[in-house]
Write a protein that binds this ligand. Sequence first.
Ligand code: S3P
Length: 432
Amino acid sequence: MRQRVLPSPRLEGTVVLPGDKSISHRSAILNALAQGTATVRNYSPGADCTSTLRCLRALGVRIQQEGAAPGTLVIEGANHRLQEPAQVLNCGNSGTTLRLLSGVLASQPFLSILTGDASLRSRPMARIIAPLQQMGASIQGRKGNTLPPLVIRGGPLSGIEYQMPVASAQLKSCLLLAGLLASGTTVVHELAPSRDHTEQMLRVMGARIDLRGRSAAVRASELQATDIRVPGDISAAAFWLVAAAAHPNARLRIQGVGLNPTRTGVLDVLKAMGAVITVSSGPEEGGEPTGDLVVESSELRATEISGELVPNVQDEIPVLAVAACFARGTTTIRNAEELRVKESDRIHTTVTELRHMGADIEELKDGMLIRGPVKLNGGACRGYRDHRLVMALAVAGLLAQGETVIEGGEHADVSYPGFWEQLHALTRIGQA
Ligand code: S3P
């Protein structure tokens, strides 16, 4: 689907966000492993989170949608006893589904095969295969144990102490989930803090987990089914934060956003760039802080994104690159090589498409340099089947002169069904 975006004289209104993608995956997987029945509300309608539900159902977990409105699920916990799936588990575009479920399936006494779409089948898996094998798992992947499909013959695991070579919440979560049924203690040490939703949810659900600085240690545990209301996705909010801050005539209110400190780097970066963002704290939901945001038109200045901040903002970097085009000075993004192995090579695809729109942007091995402010021009853009790139380009198109047409607009549905309708509601935008 080609999606047309036009600049709009005003950007105004209240944004409704989908449930947080990362927390949704975990709320389903952990409740599927727990004892008892739980209700999850505001579960993300995105295709990635639907992939997790499809796989869990194929593993024998009973999950029912409550009421007509999507988003409320009743999950009957299997108390760690999943069933051998009758077919290959298709994780679609979702790295989180494939990596987290691999950790779970490594200890289940049956055969599982996990695969996904072309993008997921090109994403690195040696990072989970090597430590799971150290724990005693039988797990193999294509191309010398580096790529999906993965074949897992579940069996007994032993805890290990593991220094993670990359700051990855998916890797950390995979190992913590494997540790839930391993003998002894499983300890993971992080290079830099990545999102900690798994640790927080395990704690709330009664797992034997110790969190100390950059280390998490888990022992074999039963989990108690726990009702969860998933907060709004701050990574989805990021598109509106940038759109409003860089727009000359904007004010947006964004309600019920998850404000876990391992995810709020985008607020810190935008504030350092001069964005006028007001944060008001709301209730805690299942160990996760939430709140409301108001963002207004702002004078933006360049910033630097590097080092330990990167894992906190990595999903937001494509749209932060759009913000940098409108900021005075040179924005530097470094130490972001992990972006090259996301749904697309996000360093290359972001630089290519923004340059095409007139950005003064340079590709670095581990990031990019962006000089601003520039006037972007609309045009024909490629979305590379990457949801976050597609939405970042939509924000660029909203702020550009003339019409932008984005190929593959439907890929926004991977994390944000309703994105285009929301854009339409806040502006006046139609479809090509
Ligand atoms: C996620 C972790 C991040 C992020 C992804 C979701 C998760 O990847 O990019 O969109 O839910 O654990 P890493 O594994 O690189 O941290």
